[in-house]
Design a binder for this molecule. Sequence first.
Ligand code: PRX
Length: 667
Amino acid sequence: MKSETKTEAINVFLEETRNFSPPESFRKSAWVRDEKVYETARRNPEAFWASFAEELVWIRKWDRVLEWNPPDAKWFVGGKLNISVNCVDRWAKSELRNKAAIIWEGEPGEERTLTYWDLYREVNKFANALKKLGLKKGDRVTVYLPMIPEAAIAMLACARIGAVHSVVFGGFSAESLRDRINDAQARVLITADGGYRRGKIITLKREADEALKGTPSIQHVVIVKRGEFPLEIKEGRDHWWHRLIEGAESYCEPEAMDSEDMLYTLYTSGTTGKPKGIIHTTGGYLTGVYATTKWVFDLRPHDVYWCTADVGWVTGHSYIVYGPLANGATVFMYEGAPDWPEKDRFWQLIEKYGITIFYTAPTAIRAFMKWGTEWPARRNLSSLRLLGSVGEPINPEAWIWYHQNIGRGNCPVVDTWWQTETGMILITPLPGVTTLKPGSATKPFPGIEACVMNEKGQRVEVGGGYLAITKPWPAMLRGIYGDPERYQKQYWSKWPNIYFPSDGAKLDENGYFWLLGRVDDVLNVAGHRIGTMEVESALVDHPTVAEAAVVGKPHEIKGETLVAFVTLKDVGAPFGGARPSQVQGQAQGLPLQKLAQELKDHVAKKIGSIARPEDIIFSADLPKTRSGKIMRRLLKNIAEGKVLGDTTTLADSEVVNRLKQQYEEEG
Ligand code: PRX
């Protein structure tokens, strides 16, 4: 390299790795400008959280801020409120009445804007429609919709009448939908005739019909008409959304919900084959998402805020619907893919709507990097003032790329760590005060106590270990639907009275947190949480599969992908004449390749395409301990191309050596 070019490269590097203090222009008007907030909150966290709760509308004020009988927390005890009133009525009856609450664009390009008044009317009407279907406080409603405003309206309407919503991501299969409906014993399903993704039609109602063959609890199905999609209507059970609200009253008295009444359940993957329904309640949840939306995204009245998540995930619940609307924000919602019709769709939307706050996932950022800087470069992104990241660890390179190419060097990047279970962001910068370090989620939000611990529950001052949350927080999960024991065991049994999130973390010499990913059998593929056991159960459900073990393998864009090691049953299957015990590898002729494809499709059909394995490795055996436990660690090493670790506990160490050799030979 010529020396000038080298100096130039070094300068660019220095420029990029300079001190990421908040820009003065940002700091000047930020909600939080003084680091003292951390100390104030630490001294009296209950008063700190109560100060945010005071900013909400209560029907009856709470008697006590917190009742903590580990692992059971009650926040704002005795308080009564309704979340839809806080998110909608409050603004619809103020000077913000005509402000845009939701600006939406469909993938094919349709536009819709709902002012707070419009949203108020829609939520009230739909709440009345739900009541007409016989729904009462406490009943469960499953929501299976594309990214359309009706998703938010449906959630808010449930909240208004006290029904518990369970939103299922539209990419999940019929079978996943059925299991979630049955676990929650939902009485109503809200879906759509279809939606658009990357130019294709997603036929949601058809998937739903498949699920509805095995969901005895469902009495009514409400269908949003999104387009002209083919579908079947079952008279008596199925109702068009637009017909239901035609005659509905425009005001529905909001239910006075106890602070601890259930707001929603959301299913998420864990270490067993069955996803668990995480329970969130009302007062504490709203306070937590309200506070974090306000301070982390530094929401101002003129902002146009865009979180690219799907409402089917917790990010959509907390930071598309409840947090922003409780702040009276303008939320932008987009239905489709970032690369449709071209790879600059997101940047075109930012330019068109003057988006000021943009919150997305590292997987998306890495895809943008791959597509090239020319796509964002051709658009005017100067409206942006804050960028966010969520869902997976962000690598410093992606962070810097995001900061430079999307934020044009002017926007603080908030890397926010949290989970379905935490309900709200727990580790994050405060953009007006925190000096950022690319790749670090920085520090716990004020009022949150977190640390890094070793196996014995001793604090690690500097270095790596397990992330631990040592004090309760308002939006914390209140349990697992129908399974209190699992709640205790999963989250509160590693150390006494301390929440265990199952994430690894490192603390640096400045007390900054660096999140390292999951330490359990949960994988994070493109920011989606997938349990290895879930995928294994789907695989062994196939008639040819005897045993399966699924591990993660690093992936340039998705962070991780799934690799499945599979042994086959002796079912006289067409393996080119070979017995299953002789079957090795993935590329031995067409029958095996075909079977690998079939197994991938099978998983996608059982769970959803987010769980489709990238590689299937056939093997005569899987490495097991003498007690018969599959040694996933070794399989992971094989998938990652690493040196094999300790194999002395294996029943047959040859198995793993053969597999490694085979995997390497097949590249
Ligand atoms: O491993 C952590 C990772 O995502 C997991 C939670 O996934 P889920 O419940 O689906 O919620 C995702 C959106 C909040 C965590 O256990 N994770 C989430 N955010 C980050 C992260 N890992 C590193 N850095 C983050 N900012």
